[in-house]
Design a protein around this ligand. Structure first.
Ligand code: GLP
Length: 271
């Protein structure tokens, strides 16, 4: 993988980029520059750039680099609209563990995006209104032309967003139950598993696959086994991330530890 070449997210491709020497930091900066190039490309044409964003530890270095590009290299987010993948259900946006807070803490508070262009599912919507709310989230995405680039992490259950095993490929934004493993993984943040919400609002698999470009990031040995299933196993609901195999424009960036269970990795590091 040649990190000296600019990332171009306009060219369709399905690729697994498994760098032998590049670090998580280098790759994240490269992905951030790819996003920046797309934002600038769209701005030059007077177009909005629609980003699908993820939470978790995985994309943090990408967000740090986007903030740096804004502060040090004049990258403007004036023409950017964002849609976040998911939010814990039952948390208000003021809750320290809400993804609303996470995104503002790590990205939105430090860039010039217009607040009205930030979309994060509202975890405080009443149960009676949830279906209508989810439909309106989908409609809003459609009304701005859909997502140009969707950033994804992967959970140890194989979830993307919060689409846990059993997820339908036809699902739009909806309310879901969280898998026990996912709640365990979040327990540290919440000070114990009993405090971790049992439900979440998430974009569905169909929503995610509708994005023009998908960029999946994964770091470290704890993601190795599920990545092998997602990328080399059968496509189906038991490993929701496996549905990415049917998308025509996906880039998967993983470090060597995350790639350690893959039997077939392609690396263009020599190119
Ligand atoms: C959460 C998020 C996912 C994310 C996953 C992985 O469950 N809803 O979108 O991909 O965590 O988290 P991490 O990046 O911390 O490994």
């Amino acid at each position: 993988m040649n990190l000296n070449r600019e990332a171009n997210f306009l060219e369709p491709e399905f690729q697994i980029l498994y760098p032998l020497v590049a670090t998580q930091q280098n790759i994240s900066c490269w992905v951030a520059r790819g996003i920046a190039n797309l934002i600038r490309h769209k701005a030059a044409r007077g177009e909005m750039c629609v980003l699908g964003l993820a939470t978790g530890a995985t994309p943090l270095a990408v967000y740090r680099e986007l903030v740096r590009l804004h502060k040090c290299e004049g990258l403007s987010f004036n023409n950017v609209i964002t849609f976040n993948l998911d939010e814990y259900y039952g948390l208000s946006r003021n809750d320290a563990n809400s993804y609303w807070q996470f995104m503002h803490r790590h990205l939105f508070n430090h860039i010039d995006i217009k607040s009205e262009n930030i979309n994060i599912p509202d975890g405080s919507v009443g149960l009676d209104d949830i279906e209508e709310y989810c439909d309106s989230y989908e409609a809003k995405m459609a009304s701005v032309g859909g997502i140009d680039v969707q950033l994804l992490g992967i959970g140890r259950t194989g979830h993307i967003g919060f689409n846990e095993p059993g997820a339908s490929v036809f699902s739009g934004t909806h309310l879901v139950g969280l898998a026990e493993q996912t709640r365990k993984d979040a327990a540290v943040d919440f000070g114990g598993i009993k405090n971790v919400p049992t439900l979440a609002i998430t974009m569905g698999i169909k929503t995610i696959l509708n994005a023009s470009k998908i960029v999946l990031l994964a770091w470290g040995a704890k993601k190795a086994s599920i990545l092998q299933k997602a990328l080399e196993g059968p496509i189906g609901p038991m490993v929701p991330a496996s549905y990415l195999q049917v998308h025509q424009n996906v880039s998967i960036f993983i470090d060597h530890k995350a790639a350690s269970c893959l039997s077939s990795v392609t690396s263009d590091i020599k190119n």
